[in-house]
Ligand binder design. Structure first.
Ligand code: KIV
Length: 274
């Protein structure tokens, strides 16, 4: 099977909805790969897998190790890797070195970074040097501390032009797509109509060119359920039920049974016992 490329993703704009999910581990990547166009190794793994308060403590090494396993376990989806906080903002050189390291060590198809107009130079520098970039504007989780929380954008203030200009800056800098996170639905619709590259919505609009969810949110493995999440199954409950059954069976000596143990020839047993 040929993996989807960033060109395939770009060509889906306005034609086929682009289906995206996050994956941080091989088992999840293996399970969802054939149903999605793009897998994002998001830095949300810091909160989902490591219980960090936000995404800021996530390191480049963590992202690289998780991404290697996702690339290894998938064969269909285009794989994009988040650049964590502090690995690209300071200079275009820092951004290039770290993005190139991600590409070389993980064999992913592109990187994602947060920011719009403020990241124009960085995105242009990377794309001019053959690093495919997905942008991320609107609610930017790496700015949660300076923003004072996770706040929906474009809802109450007359500030749409800032976000539209952010989207255009990413397009002009050569980004192949952009995530629109946590913004008023009409703003996401407007941005999608004004740029020629795909928009991928999360808490944004059905009119985006694609949608993304954090897989663990969608399968009931996280405790947070923001408005934009739809829980398709509650694996957390199933795990609890399984653990409860296992625990009862072990305590009642109902597990393991003959089916789960290795038998032996009685003569050999006797000889061993002497
Ligand atoms: O880190 C992440 O998982 C993300 C998605 C929510 C878009 O950036």
């Amino acid at each position: 099977m040929k993996r989807k490329s960033i060109i395939d993703i770009k060509e889906q704009k306005g034609k086929d909805p682009i289906v995206c999910l996050t994956a941080y581990t091989a088992p999840i990547a293996r399970a969802v790969d054939k149903y999605v166009d793009l897998l994002l190794v998001g830095d949300s793994l810091g909160m989902v897998l490591y219980d960090y308060e936000n995404t800021l403590p996530v390191t480049l090494d963590q992202m690289i190790e998780h991404s290697k396993s996702v690339v290894e376990a998938s064969e269909n989806a285009c794989v994009v890797v988040d650049m964590p906080f502090g690995t690209y903002e300071e200079s275009i050189n820092l951004a290039f070195n770290n993005a190139a390291r991600i590409m070389k060590e993980t064999h992913c198809d592109g990187i994602k970074l947060e920011g719009g107009q403020n990241m124009y130079e960085t995105v242009k520098y990377l794309t001019d040097r053959s690093i495919p970039v997905m942008g991320h504007i609107g609610l930017q989780p790496q700015s949660v501390v300076i923003d004072g929380g996770y706040k929906i954008k474009g809802k109450n203030k007359f500030d749409w032009s800032k976000y539209i200009d952010d989207a255009k800056a990413l397009e002009n800098a050569g980004a192949f797509s952009m995530v629109l996170e946590g913004m008023a639905e009409p703003l996401a619709t407007e941005i999608t109509s004004q740029v020629s590259i795909p928009t991928i919505g999360i808490g944004a609009s059905p009119n985006c060119d694609g949608q993304i969810l954090v897989t663990e949110d969608m399968i009931g493995l996280t405790n947070i359920t923001p408005k934009f999440v739809k829980e398709y199954i509650n694996i957390g409950k199933l795990i609890e039920e399984a653990a409860n059954s296992y625990s009862n069976e072990v305590r009642n000596k109902e597990f393991p049974t003959k089916n789960h143990t290795y038998s032996m020839n009685p003569t050999i047993i006797k000889a061993n016992k002497g």
